[in-house]
Write a protein that binds this ligand. Structure first.
Ligand code: IMP
Length: 192
């Protein structure tokens, strides 16, 4: 079965492809040559995931899933949340996003946070959402050079290292996206 994962982010794509069984051929937006500016104008993580998945199914007529992720920080009332990519500006600069977050947390004692990933599956007859959450805390300075985004400042619960110090496999086993993908696969296996 050919399934589109609606992303150009190669880090994400590799993380997710490593979790897919061999009977699913996973392709990215780059693979299907979709370079459209897909709208991400919803006000929720769920809404944005759905928008992306529906866009690809409608325009390319291929079964598709899309993920949208937000980092929700307790002391910041859930920010940056749905605005995680553009927290410090429109260019999705990971360094600037992390710096802004660390600055905003400077006077806060509560460093708890969670990543929330929502995967929307859109295929003929199938419209489903799957949610994965990974709880942890924001450390004081970035550590590690693996992964992407906020990984260097996020330490998942029960671990003494950040996501950016973990291998792709290690992160995938406990991450928000890994958990949402596990639910997606459970669902697809019941269908296929
Ligand atoms: P997206 O909606 O999945 O593109 O995620 C929005 C933003 O959240 C990204 O631009 C990253 O900054 C951040 N993000 C998403 N997933 C992760 C992750 O697994 N680790 C760290 N940051 C992430």
């Amino acid at each position: 079965m050919k399934l589109v994962f609606a992303t150009h982010n190669q880090h994400k794509f590799r993380e997710v492809k490593a979790l897919m069984p061999s009977h699913i051929t996973l392709v990215s937006l780059t693979d299907i040559e979709c370079f459209d500016d897909i709208p991400e104008t919803a006000e929720t993580i769920e809404g944005n995931a759905q928008l992306k998945a529906d866009y690809v199914r409608e325009h390319y007529n291929l079964p598709c899933f899309a993920d949208d992720t937000g980092l929700e920080v307790t002391a910041l009332n859930g920010a940056p949340g749905v605005y995680s990519a553009r927290y410090a500006g429109p260019d999705n600069n990971a360094e600037a996003n992390m710096s802004k977050l660390l600055a905003n947390l400077e006077d806060k004692d509560d460093r708890s946070a969670q990543f929330k990933s929502v995967i929307a599956l859109s295929s003929r007859g199938m419209e489903e959402l799957f949610t994965g959450i990974c709880k942890g805390e924001i450390i004081y300075t970035p550590i590690g050079d693996q992964g992407f985004g906020y990984d260097p400042i996020f330490q998942p619960e029960g671990f003494t290292k950040t996501f950016a110090e973990m291998s792709q496999q290690e992160k995938g086993e406990i991450s928000h996206r890994g958990k949402a993908i596990a639910l997606l696969l459970e669902y697809l296996n019941a269908w296929l």
